[in-house]
Each structure stands twice: as structure tokens, then as C-alpha cells.
Design a protein around this ligand. Structure first.
Ligand SMILES: Cc1cc2nc3c(=O)[nH]c(=O)nc-3n(C[C@H](O)[C@H](O)[C@H](O)COP(=O)(O)OP(=O)(O)OC[C@H]3O[C@@H](n4cnc5c(N)ncnc54)[C@H](O)[C@@H]3O)c2cc1C
Length: 298
């Protein structure tokens, strides 16, 4: 395998990676991105775009049944969840083609190589038959769902915050009758409201005393009131140290569970940049204190 040299080697092909590759090209530098899943990363494929698409559909469905103006009579719209999901997938594919693939097609300055990139040394990344050597290497591997160490979880079918993905087997096509969501952060809350508005019975479990613990307390209060006004059950204070029991689909997690926490993808072995000793960023105590530069020395 011969070395391929670039000014910038980027792990990932999400929005961060594209912004960096475009900037590098603007500066006359060569760049290459790598991708282990789907071109475009989380936002377009399983995050912002598909969630906002279905959230808007759920809002229309909900507001038809709960009109805000006097003189409007409540109406129940027909609901076909599978068709909603197909529509969401179409929007996702079309956006990915127009905003990501089209940029690649139009540029001779950078490209994306498929495969899971692994560091061979601080400047060299290997993936599926390629050895990429970068003057600079950018880790833009984003996040993935974090699965809690919860006894019994492996025995029940559960979803993750990647449930809105498309063209991957983990995509959700059936509307859950009920849904327990672990985590009262923004992803858990917006997915919870989306499913609640479509008629799923939603229960949110959270560790902290309030939802959105990373935000201003006033935001938590206002949002809790808004969800309460819509008849969504108040998030339940709970720790994920509990256990889950009962046969799948008959336990209190009746049809599905969504795990809404996420952890950095760079935690997964190969994407860590080797530090001076060849070990991982974490073990070397590498930090990104200023300008997001790693302290791992090249
Ligand atoms: C349900 C949900 C809703 C969201 N809604 C919003 C929203 O409304 N607004 C908002 O601003 N943000 C939202 N986000 C967050 C947003 O999606 C992320 O902040 C954004 O996608 C981060 O972009 P990124 O390029 O840094 O990483 P990502 O988009 O995650 O891209 C990283 C890419 O790297 C790839 N990768 C990982 N490891 C490797 C490896 N070893 N080799 C090669 N490739 C690798 C991954 O497959 C991925 O495609 C949402 C997220 C979720 C899950």
C-alpha cells in the first residue's frame, strides 16, 4: 500500500469535515475526507434534517387536533407512519445529493474515501486499502449513541437516537405504541414530543432534577410547562442504574426504548489519534484547550 499525501486528512464527512475541506480548498490545499457510514454525517442523515422533517409533520398532525384559534374545529388527520418515514427518507436523500454529493462532484480539490479510518501514526491514517498521510489531520468523527450499562437492557429491543437514520437497518419504520426515553436532553425531548404528538405514549426518564440540565433553568421550566400543556407526562426522575426485566415487549418498556445520550465517536479505538507514546488521545491526557488543537505531539 503506497502512501497518499495530502495537506489535510479528515476523519469523517459530516458538516464539520465538509467545512474544513472547503476551507482547505479555498486556501489552495489538498484535502481528503473519510467516511465509515453515510456521506454527510449525522446532521443530514439521522440528526437535524430528518428530525425536523418529522417534527414538522407531527406539529401539523397535532395542531389539527388541537387548534389554537376560536372558530377552528378540531380535526383528526389520517396518519400513515411508514409513509411519513418514506417522505423523510426522500428529503434526506435529495438534500444529501444536492448539498454534499454535488459539492464533491463539482470539486477536483477533495474527495471522500469510504471506510473506517484508523491511525497508524499521528500523521497517517489507514482505511480499506489506502494509507493517507496528512500535514494536518482533523478528527471530525462526531458522535454516536451511548448505550448505558443497564442490567437487562440487552434482553429488550431498544432504539437509539439514530432511529431516524435512512438506508441503514436500524431505521424505525413502525410507530411505537409506547416509548420510554432515557435522557431529558434536547434530543430526547424533541423525539419525545414528536412521538407524543403522533399518539405514542411517551415516558422520559432523567437523572438530573430538571430537563435540559445543560441549559438555563428558565428554559427547563418553560419547556416543561409547554410539554405539560400538551399533555405529555412530566419527565420522571430516575437513574440508569436501574434494571430492566420481563420478556421483551411485555416489560414496562412495552414496545421500544430510545437512548438519547451520545458519546464522541473518537472514543472508538481506531479514530483516536495516537499521542507521543502511541496510545490514545484520552490515555495521553490530550486536551483541546485552545483553538481546538490536540495536545498530542506530532
Ligand atoms: C436526532 C438528532 C437531532 C439533531 N438535531 C440538531 C439540530 O436540530 N440542530 C443542530 O445544530 N444539531 C442537531 N444535531 C446534532 C448534529 O447532528 C451534530 O452536531 C452534527 O452532525 C455534528 O457534525 P460533525 O460533522 O461534527 O459530526 P457528524 O455529523 O457526526 O459526522 C461524523 C462522521 O464521521 C464518521 N466517522 C466516525 N468515525 C469514523 C472513522 N473512524 N472513520 C471514518 N469516518 C468516521 C461518522 O460515520 C460520521 O458520518 C442533532 C443530532 C441528532 C442525533
Amino acid at each position: 500500500m503506497s502512501d497518499e499525501h495530502y495537506d489535510l486528512v479528515i476523519l469523517g464527512s459530516g458538516s464539520t469535515a465538509f467545512a474544513a475541506a472547503i476551507k482547505a480548498a479555498d486556501l489552495g490545499k489538498s484535502a481528503v475526507m473519510t467516511e465509515s457510514r453515510t456521506l454527510g454525517g449525522t446532521c443530514v442523515n439521522r440528526g437535524c434534517l430528518p428530525s425536523k422533517n418529522l417534527i414538522e409533520a407531527a406539529r401539523i398532525y397535532w395542531e389539527a387536533e388541537h387548534p389554537r384559534y376560536p372558530g377552528l374545529a378540531p380535526a383528526t388527520l389520517g396518519l400513515n407512519f411508514k409513509e411519513l418515514v418514506s417522505g423523510k427518507d426522500e428529503v434526506t436523500r435529495s438534500y444529501r445529493d444536492r448539498k454534499y454529493q454535488a459539492i464533491l462532484d463539482d470539486s477536483d480539490k477533495f474527495r471522500v474515501l469510504p471506510g473506517a479510518a484508523r491511525f497508524a501514526d499521528p500523521h497517517t491514517v489507514e482505511l480499506d486499502g489506502h494509507r493517507l498521510v496528512g500535514g494536518q489531520v482533523l478528527i471530525a468523527t462526531g458522535s454516536r449513541p451511548a448505550i448505558p450499562a443497564m442490567p437487562g437492557l440487552e434482553k429488550v429491543p431498544y432504539l437509539t437516537s439514530d432511529l431516524l437514520t435512512s438506508d441503514e437497518p436500524i431505521e424505525l419504520f413502525e410507530q411505537p405504541r409506547s416509548l420510554v426515553i432515557i435522557g431529558g436532553g434536547y434530543i430526547g425531548l424533541e423525539l419525545g414530543q414528536l412521538f407524543h404528538r403522533l399518539g405514542t405514549s411517551v415516558e422520559i426518564l432523567q437523572r438530573s432534577p430538571r430537563i435540559l440540565p445543560d441549559h438555563e433553568p428558565e428554559v427547563s421550566t418553560a419547556l416543561a410547562e409547554a410539554l405539560d400543556d400538551e399533555g405529555q407526562r412530566s419527565p420522571m426522575r430516575s437513574t440508569t442504574r436501574g434494571s430492566i426485566s420481563g420478556p421483551p415487549r411485555r416489560s414496562w418498556v412495552s414496545s421500544a426504548m430510545a437512548r438519547a445520550w451520545r458519546s464522541p465517536s473518537s472514543d472508538s479505538g481506531g479514530a483516536r489519534r495516537p499521542g507521543p507514546t502511541g496510545s490514545s488521545l484520552r490515555r495521553d491526557g490530550a486536551r483541546t484547550p485552545t483553538r481546538l488543537r490536540s495536545t498530542a505531539r506530532a
